[in-house]
Design a protein around this ligand. Structure first.
Ligand SMILES: CC(C)(COP(=O)(O)OP(=O)(O)OC[C@H]1O[C@@H](n2cnc3c(N)ncnc32)[C@H](O)[C@@H]1OP(=O)(O)O)[C@@H](O)C(=O)NCCC(=O)NCCS
Length: 401
């Protein structure tokens, strides 16, 4: 066992890739395919990777990279993403993640990005660093054989089955139109698409190669998984820009006659249950946090999004990790906000992770008040924040990272 003062931190170099791959596979319990490795190298340059070494050997890593997220109102906000955080099992719980985060957050603060983003392997880790769960994902399943549409659900058609080559030429533009409207969705790099369309046997998780359905305003990518008794379709991407595309794509998917069950990940307000005659036929297998956000710059982040109601309040944000909090007057008129530091007494007080969880509208101020994590001078102050922060388009993370 080594001593902590032997742990050194540096940025990665090109010669570290094999060691980094080993850290990732050991940390996350899977062997990255050649396609995964190619994508990782294309997306992340070594100077954006923090490495911890012990005796010169890499024992931990964390990657920072630039992203662009849509926030309520369809505005684009520069965001710094954090990914591939892995500490060797031989070196855990001695502060290496904390030290790597200090270095990453110095860079994020210097970049001026109003938001930082990550996805969490464990929901207990990142609240202490000011991150809050900003989107929620449900995995649902239903027996396709008994699925019937409500009588008034349209059958608009317009769906085509296409091969991977046509999908590669079609999907990125549709995704881009969708993500510019959808809070929580991010720009998707070309290397990510290349990884989607250049699958090897290792990439398929035991299922078939991807199949594609396209519509002028949406698409579905899915796999067949045969487990010996059942033919299950697992949807890996379902993108619909309009309600017509949504209904048309579901009609096509439910038309897959030889399939027993369909599984798909959705946001909690997804209308599929309401489309079908048997509400209970759709079962939620799991519900979990997906995107985690951290507000790095309170005024810049709060002025970047639109709001659903006028507001005039004073908020106090407690941010012990980065000291980026303070007391701010937040005024909203006609959907747009001004947010400025003030000496006035706060009407609403919360920690940075709570503000970050409210930011995309997935969680409600009232719910956090009920959980004693948002405090206010009176309930009208909570109601006013709740109404202003609510959204008409549910937040969805564009792709996992
Ligand atoms: C999660 C992981 C990165 C933590 O690394 P680590 O170096 O052991 O973490 P640290 O010792 O720096 O811990 C920092 C803080 O987080 C807490 N923490 C660490 N892992 C935690 C976990 N899984 N759940 C809850 N808290 C956790 C520590 O208790 C510590 O708290 P404190 O400083 O407030 O007292 C490491 O266990 C790992 O690589 N796991 C496998 C891969 C993974 O899950 N990566 C994260 C991807 S999002």
């Amino acid at each position: 066992m080594s001593h902590d003062d032997q742990i050194l931190f540096r940025t990665a170099t090109d010669s570290d890739w094999d060691a980094l791959k080993l850290l990732i596979s050991t940390g996350f319990g899977f062997h990255p395919s050649e396609n995964d490795a190619t994508m990782m190298r294309a997306l992340h340059s070594p100077e954006n990777i923090v490495v911890a070494t012990d005796g010169g050997v890499p024992v931990a890593m964390a990657v920072g990279f630039d992203m662009e997220f849509t926030v309520p109102g369809g505005h684009q906000v520069p965001t710094r993403g954090i990914t591939w955080v892995s500490v060797a099992p031989t070196h855990r719980r001695r502060g290496i993640l904390r030290s790597m985060f200090e270095k990453l957050h110095e860079t994020i603060t210097a970049s001026g990005a109003p938001l930082a983003a990550l996805t969490a392997s464990d929901a207990g880790i990142y609240g202490r660093f000011g991150y809050g769960p900003a989107t929620v994902e449900e995995q649902i399943t239903f027996d396709r054989r008994f699925a019937r549409f409500q009588a008034d659900v349209p059958d608009p058609g317009g769906v085509s089955i296409v091969d991977a080559r046509t999908a590669a030429a079609t999907l990125p533009d549709i995704y881009d139109r969708w993500r510019l409207l959808t809070p929580g969705a991010q720009q998707r790099p070309t290397a990510h698409w290349d990884r989607t369309f250049a699958e090897s046997a290792d990439d398929k998780n035991g299922g078939s190669a991807l199949f594609f359905l396209t519509h002028a305003d949406g698409y579905v990518a899915y796999r067949h998984n045969y487990d010996g008794s059942e033919n299950v379709v697992k949807v890996s991407q379902f993108v619909a820009i309009t309600p017509q595309a949504y209904a048309a794509l579901w009609r096509a998917l439910i038309g897959l006659d030889l399939v027993t069950r369909i599984e798909v990940n959705q946001h909690p307000d997804d209308p599929l249950r309401l489309l079908l005659t048997d509400y209970r036929s759709v079962r939620t297998k799991s519900r979990t946090d997906h995107l985690w956000l951290r507000i790095m710059d309170v005024p810049a982040a709060l002025q970047a999004r639109d709001y659903a109601a006028d507001l005039d309040t004073v908020i106090e944000i407690d941010d012990p990790y980065l000291d980026a909090g303070g007391t701010f007057r937040l005024r909203v008129r006609d959907g747009r906000a001004t947010c400025t530091p003030t000496d006035a007494s706060p009407q609403v007080t919360m920690a940075s992770d709570v503000l970050s969880a409210l930011y995309l509208g997935t969680h409600r101020a009232r719910t956090f008040a009920s959980a004693h994590r948002l405090r206010a001078t009176d309930s009208r102050a909570v109601d006013a924040v709740d109404a202003a922060f609510s959204v008409d388009r549910p937040a969805v993370l564009g792709y996992g990272f």
